[in-house]
Design a binder for this molecule. Structure first.
Ligand SMILES: *Cc1c(COP(=O)(O)O)cnc(C)c1O
Length: 397
C-alpha cells in the first residue's frame, strides 16, 4: 500500500496490514515463538541474512511487524522497533546509539523513571547526563560537550504541560552533531509528528494512548533505517521485545487512535475552560487554552492541546495546599485515582506525592509542581459527568 496517498486516519485503520492465506479481515495473532524452514539451506539463508523472513519471535514476529509498520506510517518514520515497555524503548534507544563516555542533554521535565534510568543506571555504565530547562534553548546550547550524542525531551511536559519548540531544538542538536529524541507519548502521532518538525527519533510508551484502554505494556522507537539498525540490534540480542499478544492489542488501539485523541482533546479543552471559571481553582495548565504561555507554539506544532490538564486547587481557611488537593481527589466518585494516563477512563493524581514524590521539595518548587497541583488525564466519559465529579470546585468556602 502506498503510504502517502492516504490521510492519517485511513493509515491508522489500514496501513501495515498483511493477510494470511485464510483471508482474515482483522489482523492475525501469531502466538508462536519460532518459525519453520523448508530446508537446512533455507535456515542457513535466514540466519545469514541473505533471505528475509522470520526466525524467532525475539527478533521478529508477523503481528509485531504489522504493528511496527502501522506506527511507522503514522509517524512518517522509515522504521519502527517495538519494545516490551516504554522504558525499554528508551533503554534500547540509548544502548543502541550511545557508548561509555557519551553525553546526553535531557529536559528536567521528563517522566520520573526516565530520569532514574539516565541518572542511576546508565550513569553507572559511563554515560553522562545533564538536565536542563525544557523551554530555555540557551541552556541546551551551553550544556553541550564534545561528547554530546542525544538531546532528550517530552513535550508537552508532565504535569505542567510546558511546550518545547521541536524545530528550534532540532536545529541546535544538529549544529552540534547530536540527535533529537522526542518522547511523543502525550500527543501520539494523531496530535504531533516530531520527525516532520525535524526530530530524529521518537519514543513511545504504547501503554498509554496507543493502547488507549489500560490493558497492555509496550513501547516503540522510531526513526531512519540507519539509526534504527543498532537499536534493533540491541533488542534482538538483549530481548526487550514486544509480545505478539500486546502488539495485536495495540494494533486494535491504533485503529481508533485518531477518533479517540480527538475526543480526549475535546473533553480536555472543555474541562480546562470550565476549570478556569471555578472559584475553587487558582490556575489551569493546558496548551489548548489561550492563557497558556506557549499557546501559539502549541497550536503551531500540535493539532490540539491533548488530553492532559493540570490545575492548582485554591486552599480554604485552615487547609494546607496538599490537604486542599487531596480533599478534591478524595471527593471524586467517577474519576479513577491512579497515576496512569491515556485510558478511556479519566484519571486523577497528586503529582507532588506520587509521580514526583522522589524529587526533592526544592526541585519540585523550582519546577512549579506545587502541593496544590492536581493532574487529570481526561478520558472519554461525558463532560457533564466529569464536571459533576469535580463539583467541589464550584464553591469557594
Ligand atoms: C509511562 C511513560 C513512559 C514509560 O512507559 P512504560 O510503558 O510504563 O514503561 C515513558 N515516557 C512517558 C512520557 C510516559 O508517560
Amino acid at each position: 500500500m502506498t503510504k502517502n496517498k492516504f490521510h492519517p486516519q485511513t493509515l491508522s485503520v489500514r496501513a501495515g496490514s498483511e493477510m494470511t492465506a485464510y483471508g482474515e479481515n482483522s489482523e492475525a495473532l501469531f502466538l508462536n515463538s519460532s518459525f519453520r524452514f523448508d530446508s537446512a539451506a533455507q535456515a542457513a539463508a535466514r540466519f545469514g541474512g541473505s533471505e528475509p523472513g522470520n526466525i524467532y519471535s525475539r527478533f521478529t514476529n508477523p503481528t509485531v511487524t504489522v504493528f511496527q509498520n502501522k506506527l511507522a506510517a503514522l509517524e512518517g518514520a522509515e522504521q519502527c522497533v517495538a519494545t516490551s515497555t516504554g522504558m525499554s524503548a528508551i533503554l534500547a534507544c540509548v544502548m543502541g546509539l550511545c557508548s561509555a563516555g557519551d553525553h546526553i542533554v535531557a529536559s528536567r521535565s521528563i517522566f520520573g523513571t526516565s530520569v532514574q534510568l539516565f541518572s542511576n543506571i546508565l550513569a553507572r555504565w559511563g554515560l553522562h547526563v545533564t538536565f536542563v530547562s525544557l523551554t530555555d534553548l540557551a541552556e541546551w546550547q551551553s550544556a553541550v560537550t564534545d561528547h554530546t550524542k542525544l538531546f532528550f525531551v517530552e513535550t508537552p511536559s508532565n504535569p505542567l504541560t510546558e511546550v518545547c519548540d521541536i524545530a528550534a531544538l532540532a536545529n541546535i542538536a544538529h549544529q552540534v552533531g547530536a540527535y533529537l529524541v522526542v518522547d511523543n507519548c502525550f500527543c501520539t502521532p494523531a496530535i504531533q509528528q516530531p520527525l516532520a518538525l525535524g526530530a530524529d527519533i521518537i519514543i513511545h510508551s504504547a501503554t498509554k494512548y496507543i493502547d488507549g484502554q489500560g490493558r497492555c505494556l509496550g513501547g516503540a522507537v522510531l526513526g531512519s533505517k540507519v539509526l534504527m539498525e543498532p537499536v534493533y540490534g540491541f533488542l534482538r540480542t538483549a530481548g526487550v521485545t514486544m509480545s505478539a499478544f500486546n502488539a495485536w492489542v495495540f494494533l486494535k488501539g491504533l485503529e481508533t487512535l485518531y477518533v479517540r485523541m480527538d475526543a480526549h482533546a475535546r473533553n480536555a479543552l472543555a474541562l480546562a475552560s470550565w476549570l478556569e471559571q471555578q472559584p475553587g481553582v487558582a490556575r489551569v495548565y493546558y496548551p489548548g487554552l489561550s492563557s497558556h504561555p506557549q499557546h501559539a507554539l502549541a497550536l503551531r506544532q500540535q493539532s490540539s492541546g491533548g488530553g492532559i490538564v493540570s490545575f492548582e486547587v485554591r486552599t480554604k481557611a485552615g487547609q494546607t495546599p496538599q490537604q486542599a488537593a487531596w480533599a478534591l481527589i478524595d471527593a471524586t466518585k467517577l474519576i479513577s485515582i491512579t497515576a496512569n494516563l491515556g485510558d478511556a477512563k479519566s484519571t486523577i493524581t497528586h503529582p507532588a506525592t506520587t509521580t514526583h514524590s522522589r524529587v526533592t521539595a526544592e526541585a519540585r518548587a523550582a519546577a512549579g509542581i506545587v502541593d496544590g497541583l492536581v493532574r487529570i488525564a481526561v478520558g472519554l466519559e461525558h463532560i457533564d459527568d466529569l464536571k459533576a465529579d469535580l463539583s467541589m470546585l464550584t464553591a469557594l468556602a
